[in-house]
Design a protein around this ligand. Structure first.
Ligand code: PLP
Length: 416
């Protein structure tokens, strides 16, 4: 296969705002301008994407690069979660039954009417994912995008929103990350956090499905999420999700409903809520915005991912790693009483929450109906600590990607 340099061609146009489409029909190959990489890091590269990488490249994208990268002004030692955004964002629109109008623009505000249906009726879903640099090869890698796509579509379906085509989702990830690759931090435990969001955009008041939507992909670098071991308050008043509800979907409303209960828990000295089911107030569900694991004796237990639980991709990954290592792992209903009995008999060795942001958060205490139950010191957590390190090492290429979770970013920023 032949490689072409397109650097000199695009050098002419940048740094002015421009739209870029390059293709080489003969080789069925698609080329991207290396100019942006040059401007940011003094790097020059020839970039190639073969059509075989995506089934169909059916989403032409207008690319408007920023005139001034904020990269050199960003302090990579100080990256509080969710506050720093990379130079660009990907946007697509849904109208007349199809997705299109794809653009990559400088990160910034989006204009919208106050009658936007998402603001009133909450048709909005999102994802949280990570990309890293493989320390050994220097390649940018996306962690399990296939599972995130599945979850996006589960969420969209539940909220009566149109399906996200796989090609659009993958294309947005590869295109945006190819442009903003230099925003991926390389420090231990650091990642580029990826935030896809889909929301209604009809200008209309009245409860019905919107006919138009926007998909936006934002990214932002974040350092290792060193949260202190957490204290949990078992919810006995509020409920996160009901059978028949939206607990399994990553929709905006699920999070709004937890803000007041979480604030009340913090006022009582707790870090997060340990959610239990809403029928018997007995079965463990999740903690805060993480899935929950308990190590009882030599068995790792996590609640079955039912319709009231968000099936975490970290949860899935930890179960797979534990299974690979030969641990006894059970996905089954677990009651708060079983947890208390295990704590009282000394069999409760570890508890931890799992999620994309923190990977693993050790639990050191939980409180139920006014009684506080202590767990062994967070310094001695062989299972949770091993899992956190292993998963972070896989992401950063320090450990072998034994289960093929990482997808290399195809450095392409142009389509047919
Ligand atoms: C409610 C809830 N549960 C669990 C998780 C963990 O999911 P994941 O491991 O995919 O980040 C999250 C975070 O996305 C969440 O918001």
């Amino acid at each position: 296969m032949q490689f072409y340099s397109v650097f000199s061609f695009f050098k002419t146009f940048l740094p002015i705002k421009c739209s870029i489409f390059v293709s080489n029909k003969k080789n069925n190959a698609i080329f991207a301008p290396a100019t942006y990489f040059n401007r940011v890091k003094g790097r020059q590269s020839n970039i190639l994407l073969t059509k075989s990488l995506f089934n169909v490249m059916q989403f032409p994208t207008k690319i408007n690069l920023c005139k001034h990268s904020r990269l050199s002004e960003t302090n990579f030692d100080d990256l509080p979660f969710g506050k720093t955004f990379s130079d660009h964002m990907f946007i697509a629109e849904y109208a007349n039954g199809q997705w299109g109008n794809c653009e990559i623009n400088p990160y910034g505000n989006i204009e919208m009417t106050p009658a936007n249906m998402a603001l009133h009726y909450g048709q909005a879903i999102f994802e949280g994912m990570k990309a890293n640099i493989n320390n050994k090869t220097g390649e940018a890698m996306i962690f399990r995008p296939d599972l995130h796509l599945l979850r996006i579509n589960r969420s969209l379906e539940r909220m009566g929103m149109p399906e996200m085509p796989a090609d659009l989702f993958y294309q947005s990830l590869h295109q945006l990350l190819a442009i903003d690759k230099n925003w991926i931090p390389t420090k231990e435990g650091a990642s580029l956090y990826l935030r896809p969001v889909v929301f209604a955009t009809d200008e209309f008041l009245g409860v019905r499905a919107s006919e138009t939507y926007k998909y936006v992909l934002l990214t932002g670098p974040t350092n290792a999420y060193y949260n202190k071991p957490i204290k949990l308050l078992v919810a006995d008043k509020y409920v996160r999700a009901f059978p028949g509800g939206t607990g399994f979907a990553k929709c905006a409303g699920n999070y709004a409903a937890t803000i007041k209960p979480a604030r009340e828990a913090r006022e009582q000295g707790f870090d997060q809520i340990l959610w239990v089911d809403g029928l018997e107030y007995s079965y463990l569900q999740e903690c805060g915005t993480m899935n929950i694991f308990a190590v009882i004796g030599d068995t790792v237990i996590t609640p079955t991912a039912t319709e009231t639980i968000l099936a975490g991709i970290t949860r899935d990954s930890l179960i797979a790693l534990l299974t690979h290592k030969g641990y006894k792992i059970e996905e089954r209903p677990i009651t708060i009483q079983e947890l208390i009995t295990a704590q009282e008999s000394g069999e409760l060795k570890e508890m931890f929450g799992s999620g994309t942001a923190a990977v693993v958060s050790h639990v050191i205490e939980f409180a139920y109906k006014g009684v506080h139950y202590q767990l062994p010191s967070a310094d001695n957590r062989p299972v949770g600590s091993m899992l956190k390190k292993w998963l972070e090492d896989i992401r950063q290429g320090e450990s072998e990607d034994i289960l093929n979770w990482l997808v290399p970013v195809q450095s392409a920023v142009a389509t047919n």
